[in-house]
Every structure is written in structure tokens, then in C-alpha cells.
Design a protein around this ligand. Structure first.
Ligand code: ADP
Length: 474
């Protein structure tokens, strides 16, 4: 089976969030199951220097009624032999950011039409015939309609699957821009709603199969689907929820070169050393007994910051230290910078994007806070489990599927979860966590070790994807 996997970002070449992690790890896991995969992404500026690039093909891509030049470069995904093709068009992609600086680049529709159409042109240029084209999020949601309406020799028989990593981002543009995508008539129809083109809507209605990244989120979006619940309900029989895994080689406290000290499930002593290292480096009080709460996140409303901000002082009143790593909304960035000033020695704010600090915080923190309003899957709670950092989450989407509260099931418990999206609900869960941490170190260690012992790898989910592909080609 041959799979063409197309995404706007793929780690480590370009990353803003979970999509990039998935677009690296899933193709790799599929390849180790014996599936032939070829990955395609734009040649963003950040790709330079991350892999050897070999020019593989040159062709033209029709966008907005013009022919745009494309140079396709071949590379490989790290630590495997999966080929990745970078579609290069400097005016579109040689830019400082992936999606925009402050706000989205105004030619976003053209840029991702180029990617979607370009992926099909690449198959022609390489003489490579995919059985399945796996599209991801709105950026590539045009592919199902392009496959059918263009009837290109290499891709016309391909089946399509669209994975929704986050329904909140739909690729909605004024209808006046619809000319950019080069579809008309019946093929265009699903992509138009009211006076807008909505790429995700079109993808949901046009793909042979649709999935999202956790079973619970797949159910939730039938009722709260950011305006697309009606469309999703019409695809109910073809809509699946497949939980993301994590890259257990990159996220492994026993072999992580970014940590102060490595540690294992059996010997957690190194975890305390990481806490000490972080406290020192960030100028926080070097108190081994103060519960250290960590958060690593896009600073976006989705992630629950409108709960954290008003409750922040009460959170600190529990006697915790708090460290945050993130970038995003200016008001949240400002709040945490101020908080670090106001509470010197107790609050650390790293307002930046740093892979290194993400690993270090996962290792150093005792508690990981992730009170998302909604969460398609979430990766950081999984990294936390792997690092013995007990997650405190809101029970929604993938967080509900992966974190079992102590009060809910003692024998399976790996963290703390609260139901209603309120500051009180969150504070109550953190309070319960802090009490257990202080009063019952043994029970705490059990919870840590249970999380660390879970199989969070991609293997199971990659098999589920393979099952979906098989279903499609049958
Ligand atoms: P989302 O995709 O909605 O942002 P996920 O939890 O699925 O949320 O994935 C987020 C990914 O981005 C994780 O790998 C997380 O570690 C990473 N990440 C987010 N913000 C930062 C940051 N400031 N520095 C480093 N990594 C970050």
C-alpha cells in the first residue's frame, strides 16, 4: 500500500504545534509496519540546514489562474528512511513564519492551494501512484476534491482520508478569493458556505474518510463542531477517532540529552535533580518540597488561560511554584512576564518556543497543568505521563481519553481531571494533586510510575490507521 501524506508542518523541519509531531511520527510508525509512505510539505524557510536536500523535480502548479514554479527537493525523515519532499516556491514559502507574523499571511488560500495541488503534480513528476492520499487539516483539505475533479493520471484512483487535528482552524476566506483554488461546479460546492469558502468543510464533505485525533473529540464535535456539526453528522459513519501516540525515542527520560540528568521509572532520583536544575537556572527558590507546576503551550484561549489568569494568585496560595513555556496572545505573554516579576523566585516565565526547555520542564515539574477548554488530543499530557509528571487536566477530548483521575479509578489513576470549565473546578483539581503530593508520597510515586509504564507509542495507532487505509482500498 502506498500512502501520500501531506501536511503544512512536519517536525523537525517546521513546527508550531502537535500537527508537526504527528506528521513526523505517524509516517515513521507506518513505515516500520511495512507501509510505503511518502511525505510532502512546503519548503518553509525553517527547513534550510535541517536535512540534505536534493532537487528531485521541477514543474508548474496552477494557482489563481497562473502557473507557479515549483522545485521539489527530496530529503528523508530523521532516523528512518521515509522520503519527504519539500515543495519550494520562494515567494510563497521563503518567509520568517509558517502561517503568519502576528496575523495570517493574506495569501494563505493561495499558499495552501499550491501545496495541495503541488502534491498531486509531484506524483505525476515522480511517476509515483498513491493508493491513499492522507490530508491533514484545512491546509490540505482541497485534495479530496482535486483528486476527483482533475482526474490526473497518477492520483485519480486514489482514496482520500482527512485528519482533523483541530476543528477550530477551518481555512475560511471571503468567497471573492475562491478563484485561487481552481475548482468549479459540483467540486467547488462543498467548499462554499454563505459568502465564504471554507476548506475544512469541503474536505469533510469530500474525503472518502474523515478522522480526528481522539475518540472523545470525534464524538464531541458532532454537537460542538465549531459550526460544522451538521456536516460532521452527515459523515458520522465515516468519522473515526484515532488517538495520537508520542515519539517514545525523542521523549524518553532515560536517554534524553536535553535534561540535567536522566532517570527511569524505577529510579526517580534524577527527576529531583532536574527540578533543582530548573530552579537554579530560572532563579527560583531551591526548595525540593515545593510542588512545581509546569505548563507548556501555545498561549491561546483554547488551552484554558482564561481559567489560569483569574485563579493565578489562589494557585500560588497553595504553596506551589509555577513555570510556563509558551508564546501566543500578547495579553497572556504580558501576564506571565509580569507574574514572574511580581513573584520572583516562585514563578518562571519563558516566553519563547524552545524544544529544549519543553523537555526540561517535563522532567523538572511535579505537576503538569493543562486545563483546556477543548482538546482534540493533546500531546503534552502524554509527554508528562512519560516523564513522571502528574497531569492535571480538564476532562475534554483527548485529555479525557488519556488521563484517569485518582477519584475515578484508584487502580488505573495516572492524574487528576476536572469536568466543568471553571476556575474553581481547576483549583479543586490542583488542590487535590498538591495534597496528595505533600501527604502521601508513596501514592504519588505510584501514580507517577503508572504513567511512566504506559504504552504511549505510535505502534497501536499506526495499526489503526493502516486498518482504515485497508478499509478504503478494499
Ligand atoms: P496544539 O497542537 O494544539 O498546540 P498539542 O498538545 O497537540 O497542542 O501539541 C503541542 C506541541 O507543541 C507539543 O509538542 C508541545 O511540546 C509543543 N509546544 C507548544 N508550545 C511550545 C513552546 N513554546 N516551546 C516548545 N514546544 C512547544
Amino acid at each position: 500500500m502506498r500512502i501520500l501524506f501531506v501536511a503544512a508542518e512536519v517536525a523537525p523541519f517546521a513546527k508550531t504545534g502537535g500537527l508537526a509531531d504527528v506528521a513526523l511520527a505517524l509516517p515513521r510508525a507506518l513505515a516500520s509496519l511495512g507501509v510505503e509512505v511518502l511525505v510532502v510539505m512546503p519548503k518553509h524557510r525553517s527547513v534550510a540546514g535541517k536535512t540534505d536536500l536534493h532537487e528531485a523535480a521541477r514543474f508548474a502548479v496552477p494557482v489563481a489562474g497562473q502557473l507557479k514554479d515549483c522545485v521539489a527537493y527530496r530529503g528523508v525523515l530523521p532516523e528512518c528512511s521515509v522520503p519527504i519532499y519539500f515543495l519550494g516556491n520562494d515567494p510563497y514559502f521563503d518567509r520568517p513564519a509558517i502561517y503568519g507574523e502576528g496575523s495570517e499571511y493574506p495569501d494563505a488560500l493561495e499558499r495552501f492551494t499550491f501545496l495541495s495541488r503541488g502534491a498531486l503534480e509531484l506524483c505525476e513528476a515522480l511517476g509515483w501512484t498513491p493508493d491513499i492520499i492522507h490530508a491533514n487539516d484545512w491546509h490540505t483539505a482541497l485534495i479530496p476534491a482535486l483528486v476527483r475533479s482533475l482526474g490526473m493520471s497518477r492520483s485519480k484512483e486514489a482514496k482520500t482520508i482527512l485528519t482533523i487535528h483541530n476543528l477550530a482552524y477551518q481555512g475560511a476566506f471571503p468567497q471573492s478569493l475562491a478563484g485561487a483554488i481552481g475548482l468549479s461546479g459540483k467540486a467547488l460546492e462543498p467548499y462554499v458556505r454563505g459568502d465564504q469558502v471554507n476548506l475544512l468543510r469541503g474536505g469533510i464533505l469530500s474525503a472518502d474518510l474523515v478522522n480526528t485525533v481522539s475518540p472523545t473529540y470525534a464524538k464531541e464535535i458532532l454537537d460542538a463542531g465549531d459550526g460544522l456539526e451538521g456536516e460532521l453528522r452527515t459523515r458520522k459513519d465515516d468519522l473515526y477517532g484515532v488517538l495520537n501516540g508520542i515519539d517514545t525515542a525523542v521523549w524518553d527520560p532515560a536517554h534524553d540529552p536535553l535534561l540535567w540528568t536522566t532517570y527511569t521509572r524505577r529510579n526517580l532520583a534524577g527527576k529531583a535533580k532536574n527540578k533543582e536544575g530548573l530552579q537554579k537556572e530560572l532563579g527560583m527558590a531551591e526548595d525540593p518540597r515545593a510542588p512545581l507546576v509546569g505548563a507548556i503551550s501555545r498561549l491561546a484561549e483554547q488551552k484554558g488561560f482564561d481559567l489560569i489568569l483569574p485563579a493565578f494568585d489562589r494557585l500560588l496560595d497553595l504553596g506551589v511554584q509555577f513555570v510556563v513555556l509558551g508564546t501566543g496572545a500578547p495579553e497572556y505573554e504580558r501576564f506571565f512576564r509580569d507574574a514572574a516579576e511580581r513573584h520572583r523566585g516562585r514563578v518562571g516565565a519563558l516566553i519563547t518556543f524552545s524544544e529544549e526547555w519543553a523537555h526540561r520542564i517535563e522532567a523538572a515539574a511535579d505537576i503538569f497543568l493543562m486545563p483546556s477548554r477543548f482538546e482534540p488530543c493533546g500531546l503534552n499530557q502524554l509527554y508528562s505521563l512519560r516523564y513522571g509528571t502528574v497531569p492535571v487536566v480538564r476532562a475534554t477530548g483527548g485529555l479525557r481519553d488519556t488521563v484517569v483521575d485518582v477519584a475515578h479509578d484508584k487502580r488505573r489513576a495516572n492524574g487528576f481531571a476536572f469536568e466543568t470549565y471553571t476556575a474553581e473546578g481547576m483549583l479543586d483539581a490542583v488542590t487535590r494533586a498538591v495534597s496528595l503530593y505533600r501527604d502521601d508520597p508513596r501514592a504519588w510515586r505510584d501514580i507517577q510510575q503508572r504513567g511512566m509504564g504506559q504504552d504511549l507509542s505510535w505502534e497501536g495507532s499506526a495499526k489503526t490507521y493502516r486498518g482504515l487505509y485497508r478499509k478504503l482500498v478494499r
